[in-house]
Design a protein around this ligand. Structure first.
Ligand code: DGJ
Length: 529
């Protein structure tokens, strides 16, 4: 009787998620251990109670462990100073029922650079919350990073949001918070208000001089062609850092900002051709100096070209920046880049705009989001869900590699991974037998992933690919397989042996089809003489 009447037990408080870094490697620590975020981001207008019924079934079909959902300023503070967290509470409850974690996206001063997610009392009051000015003195659409009242109001709202989270989420269903969404401005590289002009003529801040190892001077003198880009990035980053700091003072949950990227990572592009002021690959150093409260800067990758995708991953995978891809295209050609990202040790990866609410598709998103369209993403996540913790731990140790099928003929449908003592070659579009050169899959869709479990022992998996191992140094010894086990990991993380691959299944490399298969491969060698 007493038990039946007792109030429900308070949720168990767990340690706040954090980013751990060591030897230039990173991990997202959740419940005390490295966590690999297998994510998906909902559509912008799906973050409302009425839309959620069409979100959860897709998340279940995708096998994600984390869902990225916006929390908009206009949604929580429609009237200044009056906060409504009813949606957030519903979201937390519904995610917990499904054993899913969340990443929340603060749509505030900047959403794709635009202020459309600020409440009406902000976006309609240009005096109190000024927009950027063009050189001729007229208003640009984006809010100015010099707006002190804007910064104060955004910080107050963000702090109220994080305060609510601290009280409503002791079990840390929410793993990270994105502060703003693709900030900056299109079409105008910097603000030209009198205050901004004065700052542009002033010396570059010492922290940025130190970070970029330049000689002191004003912005034009120090950064030349990139002066406006760097200047705007600095001021937007300083603004976001102060918003993040207001939240972190309440709950020190990991926080990051996402970037709208230039067309490719290799060539210089006019700053007005992409979101100037955001954490693009061109200004990571500026953000590092200006925004110490951000745990990471993250690329939204919508370029499906293999070299460009890898280039963007490489740009954000730094000793001072954990790699995470919070948004990527959801057309099927993007699915293979999951292998490339997690192979590099990304802490998370998420296709954008995957839920059952129907909106007009935006290129390069796929025109029809149905079971067939999400299948390649679902296959990746289903393969990785049982090994996500193990993978994250190995990635933190720097012992993971991955490759996605290239689309450039010069790559000859192959990718090479240097594992140390061994070299692994992934090739795409080969039959299960024979040494005929790879032809590539009918569409680039293959991927492989390798984790070192112990010396000479590797966890190996992939789709539509062959993997061959060789010794890095072949002068004195020849390689051989000691044993190739196929199996799976049980719920407790224990390897369950199923069978041994040998004979035809090993003589022509390890051939992965569209079936989910996990191998534990023990390599060995014998002397040449
Ligand atoms: C990038 C943005 O960050 C998302 O919110 C969304 O607008 C996508 N682009 C695709 O439209």
């Amino acid at each position: 009787m007493a038990l039946a009447l007792a109030a429900p037990l308070a949720a168990q408080e767990t340690p706040v998620p954090r980013i751990a870094s060591s030897n230039g490697r990173h991990a997202l620590i959740v419940d005390g251990a490295p966590f690999l975020m297998l994510g998906a981001q909902v559509n912008n207008s799906s973050a409302w109670p009425a839309a959620m019924a069409k979100v959860w079934p897709v998340m279940e079909a995708l096998h994600v462990n984390t869902v990225e959902v916006p929390i908009a300023w206009e949604q929580i503070e429609r009237e200044e100073g009056k906060f409504d967290f009813s949606y957030l509470d519903l979201l937390l409850a519904q995610a917990r029922e499904r054993d899913l974690r969340l990443v929340l996206l603060w749509f505030g001063t900047w959403k794709n650079t635009n202020p459309q997610y600020t409440p009406s009392w902000v976006k309609l009051d240009n005096k109190r919350f000024p927009r950027m000015r063009k050189p001729d003195g007229t208003n640009h659409y984006a809010l100015s990073p010099f707006g002190r009242e804007t910064l104060a109001a955004d910080s107050r709202a963000f702090a109220a949001f994080i305060r609510h989270l601290k009280q409503a989420d002791p079990q840390n269903t929410v793993l990270m918070v994105q502060v703003q969404n693709e900030p900056g401005s299109y079409g105008l590289p910097r603000d030209h208000s009198p205050e901004a002009d004065a700052a542009f003529a002033a010396p570059v801040p010492a922290a940025l001089i130190k970070q970029t190892k330049k000689q002191p001077g004003d912005w034009t003198r120090v950064f030349g062609r990139d002066a406006e880009l760097y200047f705007h990035a600095w001021h937007v980053a300083r603004y976001i850092d102060q918003v993040a700091a207001a939240g972190k003072a309440i709950k020190p949950i990991p926080m990051y900002v996402n970037a709208a990227l230039p067309g490719d990572p290799f060539t210089w592009q006019e700053p007005k051709s992409y979101a100037s002021g955001g954490p693009a690959n061109t200004v990571i150093d500026v953000y590092k100096a200006a925004a110490p409260h951000l745990d990471l800067l993250a690329p939204d990758i919508y370029n499906p070209d293999h070299k460009a995708y890898r280039g963007f991953l490489a740009a954000y995978d730094r000793p001072d920046n954990p790699l995470m891809v919070p948004e990527t295209g959801h057309s099927k050609e993007y699915a293979r880049y999951f292998f490339e990202a997690v192979g590099r040790g990304a802490i998370g990866w998420a296709p954008f705009g995957v839920d059952g609410n129907r909106y007009l598709p935006t290129l390069p998103l796929t025109p029809k989001l149905n079971a067939e369209a999400i299948a390649p993403f679902a296959a990746n996540f289903a393969l990785f869900r049982p090994i996500a913790r193990l993978w994250a731990e190995r990635a933190f140790a720097g012992k993971t590699w991955g490759a996605a099928e290239p689309n450039d003929p010069a790559d000859q449908h192959q990718q090479v991974m240097k594992l140390g003592k061994y070299v692994a070659t992934a090739s795409f579009g080969r039959s299960d037998f024979g040494m005929a050169p790879p032809k590539g899959n009918p569409e680039p869709s293959g991927g492989v992933a390798i984790a070192e479990l112990a010396p000479d022992e590797y966890l190996v998996t992939g789709y539509r690919a062959r993997i061959d191992f060789a010794l890095a140094d072949e002068t004195r010894a020849n390689i051989l397989y000691d044993r190739i086990e196929e199996g799976h990991y049980d719920a407790a993380g224990k390897w369950v042996f199923e069978r041994v691959w040998n004979g035809d299944q090993a003589d022509w490399g390890l051939n992965f089809t569209a079936a989910p298969q996990l191998l534990r491969v023990k390599l060995a060698s014998y002397p040449k003489r």
